[in-house]
Design a binder for this molecule. Structure first.
Ligand code: DGJ
Length: 734
């Protein structure tokens, strides 16, 4: 039993393999948070929260006579609002009478087998016996507004999945001005915040900083998760490292606007709340209606950041990604985008595919530019029929050629967007989000379709299901290339315009959900100008996502490093592209580009015909190496061996088989300097007493014990010139 209720004490305790989460219904009916941290059986955590009077705290009625009580100092599972808690709130309301108050008290709870689902939204899932659900109902007795808190307990994964449903039990209209997914209060304030910020082509840069007495806000208001901040963050002990210390992860399973607020309070405690961004958010609940928040995945590690990452990697692979591709062997692909951009013909891309197949690629992906009048990014989005001028006879001549090379065929789409220069816009100008009377703001010369509308989604569903049904398509790359502005739907009344952002995300989920369910044999890869929608919500539909539009291997090392804290390599779309690199102009050896892209779903994005014979042979070898180590890379345990933020000289990371039978260690020199200083790292995940044979780039080397490699470490050979790299494979031999 992972959920325990002790009725006489009002205690509710959740256990995972290594963590315990505890809450209690107190004497006032308030659902208090008591503890989240290391596994502690048979323990009650009432004591950390001393109740004492603190000036300028509001005291609710009927509590004065029973010791000090204030919401402002009470740790809560889901906060009240407007009744004297001045810390970040989980909820904001406008009641039918115009007041802003909600004071939630415990009504009931129940324990259910399995994992709850959320209507219309992605959520973690579990097979029978893998998870249990705790459901707690809280209610404001004056307004009859209720909150149903749900906790999905994944015992083996050390994850607790939280979400809330807000139910308007009143006779009138209630407006939600904030509807977050969770609140978590810590009695202790000395935490570091680790978050993942960036920009286009530079996503998920890790930044770690101490929490001061100021509110930290991580957010996106751009309509997608964004390149600028990821919706995963970590709070860790100030002394925590990869292998030691307490760390807590917070990962939203959501792809739209989000906000996470973290405040170190006047009492030196820390509160974190997280959910849909409440900027430009207002949601009207008619009497009897309810609102579901997205889910947030909480995970605790008492053994450092690596263990926390492993928990999330396994959680995403087993309980977020779905369908036959979640854990399946994915194809090595060749994509034409960086090779041709919009300038291609069927014959040109056939040659790229032919060479890809000859070198070992398994899937050819036709990127942007195959439809409508799409000769540049000024036109065509919305017209999802083949551009016969570029591709006479449609897609079939290309597909047949690709198949004759023994490859599968994949194609790029950008469903949520529309160009004004398109037949679709000329026919349905009202299908784009726009504020009446304002000339629209454009991004990449395009407008955003009103995904809140069912007729728009039905049109798109029909287009893409016909495309897939009429062609042998094995893979779809689903792109989204601008942030949303002027969020206004012609279909909704003025008082509901604050719902458009979230309804847009629900519309995206509806469309992609219908398409992925209708075509379970098609592998969908997500993309939003690279990694602008790289989140657990999107991973529910697309088990791999193009990580970044920056294919520069040296920059990629940092992007992959930051992404690895929360997400497994099986979700990271990674390709080898040309040198000099198209985004940075940097010259990186093919060898290094290969090693870096191999730590993802792997593919090429270049015209391989332009390589020398020697380089082609190198590509052949890279693909052989990747295929040989495929399961070790995708299924093995991923270890960050260096901190790429502080060690700017070289980056190292490795994959270790879960049974300790082999390991693949990678090193990239990110800054070559004279007068060589040895590059020495301690390996991880091996069996100390086992013996391992080293193999460097196909040449067998020495035999080491696991202890030697983990405790003594491994010294890489001296490397020089531009951005060199080294890959070492260790096989257990005893
Ligand atoms: C942005 C993507 O990230 C690229 O890979 C490419 O598909 C372009 N869009 C095409 O417009």
């Amino acid at each position: 039993m992972s959920i325990i209720f002790q009725e006489e004490k009002g205690l509710l305790t959740l256990h995972t393999k290594h963590s315990t989460y505890q809450m209690a219904v107190d004497r006032f009916g308030v659902l208090r948070h008591l503890y989240y941290g290391r596994r502690a059986d048979g323990t009650e955590f009432y004591y950390p929260y001393t109740e004492y009077d603190i000036s300028f705290s509001a005291v609710p009625p009927r509590t004065e006579t029973e010791g000090f009580f204030s919401f402002d100092t009470c740790p809560q599972e889901y906060t009240t609002c407007g009744v004297g808690d001045y810390r970040p709130a989980s909820i904001g309301v406008v009641n039918p009478d115009g007041s802003f108050c909600a004071d939630f008290r415990y009504v009931s709870h129940r324990v259910l087998p399995g994992k709850y689902a959320i209507p219309g939204m992605p959520a973690s899932h579990a097979a029978e016996g893998e998870a249990e659900t705790l459901e707690i109902v809280l209610r404001d007795e004056v307004t009859d507004l209720s909150v149903v808190l749900r906790y999905g307990v994944f015992f083996e994964n050390d994850v607790i999945a939280r979400s809330a449903e807000i139910v308007n039990g009143s006779k009138g209209k209630t407006v939600l001005t904030r509807a977050f997914s969770m609140c978590l209060d810590f009695p202790y304030g000395k935490w570091d915040l680790l978050h993942f910020h960036g920009r286009h082509c530079l996503e998920r840069q890790a930044e770690r900083m101490p929490l001061g007495y100021t509110k930290q806000v991580l957010s996106s208001g751009r309509g997608h998760t964004s390149h600028h901040e990821n919706n995963f963050c970590i709070l860790c002990d100030e002394n925590a490292s990869e292998d030691h210390g307490e760390c807590y992860g917070f990962m939203l399973v959501y792809s739209g606007n989000f906000k996470t607020e973290i405040e170190r309070t006047q009492l030196n405690a820390v509160r974190i709340v997280s959910g849909i961004n409440d900027d430009n958010f207002r949601w009207t609940l008619e009497s009897g209606e309810s609102f579901h928040t997205p889910e947030v995945l909480l995970s605790f590690s008492g053994g450092g950041l690596t263990a926390l990452s492993h928990q999330y990697h396994e959680m995403i692979r087993s309980h977020i990604c779905r369908g036959k591709f979640a854990k399946a062997r994915r194809p090595v692909l060749i994509n034409n985008w960086e090779a041709t951009m919009f300038d291609f013909t069927t014959d040109k891309v056939i040659e790229i595919a032919r060479q890809g197949a000859e070198l070992g690629c398994e899937l050819f992906v036709l990127d942007d530019g195959w439809f409508g009048a799409r000769d540049s990014d000024h036109a065509g989005l919305g017209d999802w029929f083949v551009n016969e001028r570029k591709m006479p006879g449609g897609l079939m001549p290309l597909i047949e050629a690709v198949q004759s090379f023994g490859m599968k065929f994949g194609i790029w789409i950008e469903p949520e967007m529309i160009n004004e220069d398109s037949d679709l816009f000329r026919k349905h100008p009202d299908w784009a989000l726009a504020v009446p009377g304002r000339e629209p703001v454009r991004g990449r010369h395009q407008l955003v379709l009103d995904m809140t509308r069912k007729d728009v989604r039905d049109y798109l569903f029909d287009c893409f299901s016909a495309l897939i049904a009429n062609h042998p398509i094995s893979y779809i790359k689903w792109d989204m290339n601008r942030c949303i502005a002027e969020v206004f739907s012609a279909e909704l009344p003025p008082e509901r315009q604050g719902e458009v952002f979230h309804r847009f995300t629900l519309g995206f989920y509806d469309l992609i959900g219908r398409l992925t369910e209708s075509f379970p044999d098609v592998l969908f890869e997500g993309c939003s100008g690279g990694g602008g929608r790289y989140d657990a919500g999107a991973m529910y539909y697309t088990p791999q996502i193009w990580l970044s539009d920056d294919t520069d291997a040296i920059e990629r090392v940092k992007i992959q490093y930051g992404s690895s804290f929360g997400y497994p390599v099986s979700t990271m779309g990674a390709h080898v592209s040309v040198a000099p690199n198209q985004q940075t102009g940097k010259n990186t050896p093919l060898h290094t580009r290969g090693i870096v892209a191999m730590s993802g779903t792997f593919g090429y994005e270049m015209d391989l015909n332009l390589l020398s014979e020697e380089e082609k042979e190198e590509v052949r070898q890279q693909i052989r190496t990747f295929k040989e180590h495929y399961w070790l890379i995708q299924d093995g345990l991923y270890y960050r061996l260096t901190d790429v933020v502080h060690n700017t000289a070289y980056a190292a990371w490795m994959f270790a088989a879960k049974d300790g039978s082999e390991a693949l260690v990678n090193l990239v020199v990110t800054h070559v300097r004279p007068n060589y200083v040895p590059m020495h790292v301690r390996l991880k995940g091996l069996i100390p007493e086992a013996k391992y044979r080293e193999e460097v780039e196909g040449t067998e080397g020495r035999v080491y014990t696991g202890a030697a490699l983990m405790y003594g470490g491994y010294t890489f050979p001296a490397l020089w010139a531009d951005y060199p790299s080294c890959q070492v494979h260790f096989t257990r031999i005893d």
